[in-house]
Ligand binder design. Structure first.
Ligand code: GTP
Ligand code: MG
Length: 243
């Protein structure tokens, strides 16, 4: 770890919807990493399983801010809500690192230091399943094909070199979030990931992929559905046409 990072703040944002089985152990594992100046934001959409209440209990023990939204409004707006909160706290644009990850242990908290290290020389670091060394564990065939196809489609249409545009495990430097227009991010589902990378790319930010092993959720229920897939199909086209 180099000096620069030791005094800068790290935010980890975790959106949750019905993650009761995962949230406590995930939070513990992240704080057990012992990273200096790490703060967490959990954005919970009034999860019927009580994840929001568990998060509040955790916030009494750890430096966590819980943002409660009234109803399920999608992953994309959960992130932009947290991004805006972080930017509002940091009007001078001090160097900060903003990590985003899923609550379901698909993203291994042990990889957070690697994302942060790579962020010293890059503005956006993507934890990538499709970069050499990256892996996917326990994904059924249809999910693999869908993800591969979605990434191929985004790469081809948007003409960018990144292999894993849909990854939800990333680290941004503050400048990126200050520069891209957060109000223009409109995706509800995983297309949000494509949008953020693409906007950072068009602004000329340095983007790097590092390999991760992605593991299918071990508990809880998937929120993947047909509308989310369709959203990505047409929003990628729309992004390209807006150029
Ligand atoms: N606040 C909020 N969080 C959400 C919403 N939808 C999904 N999430 C969270 O976003 C993360 C990714 O969602 P997942 O359900 O894991 O989506 P996925 O990874 O595509 O699908 P599976 O892993 O197969 O379930 C998880 O932490 C979810 O709890 C939402 O509408 N609001
Ligand atoms: Mg998941």
């Amino acid at each position: 770890m180099r000096m620069q990072r030791n005094d800068s703040h790290i935010y980890v944002i975790i959106p949750t919807y019905n993650e009761r089985e995962n949230i406590t152990s995930l939070v513990e594992k992240i704080f057990d990493l012992g990273l200096p100046n790490l703060e967490m934001m959990i954005v919970d959409d009034n999860s019927p399983d009580g994840t929001g209440r568990i998060a509040e209990a955790l916030a009494r023990q750890y430096p966590i801010q819980v943002i409660h939204r009234e109803k399920k409004e999608g992953l994309g707006t959960a992130y932009t809500t947290a991004f805006k909160e972080i930017l509002a706290r940091n009007p001078e644009q001090k160097p900060e690192y903003i990590v985003q990850m899923d609550a379901d242990f698909s993203h291994d908290p042990a990889m957070i230091p690697a994302l942060l290290n790579a962020s010293e020389a890059h503005d956006v670091v993507i934890g990538s399943r499709y970069t050499p060394g990256g892996k996917i564990e326990n994904w059924e065939y249809t999910r693999r094909v869908l993800s591969k196809w979605g990434n191929w489609y985004a790469r081809a249409i948007l003409r960018v070199p990144y292999r894993d545009m849909t990854s939800g495990f990333k680290c941004y430097r503050t400048e990126v979030l200050h520069t891209i227009d957060l109000n223009s991010l409109s995706s509800v589902g995983y297309n949000f990931q494509i949008e953020t990378v693409y906007k950072a790319h068009t602004k000329g930010f340095r983007i790097r992929e590092i390999p991760i092993t992605f593991t299918e959720r071990r508990a809880g229920v998937s929120k993947m559905n047909i509308p989310i897939i369709l959203e990505s199909f047409w929003k990628v086209l729309a992004l390209r046409l807006k150029e």
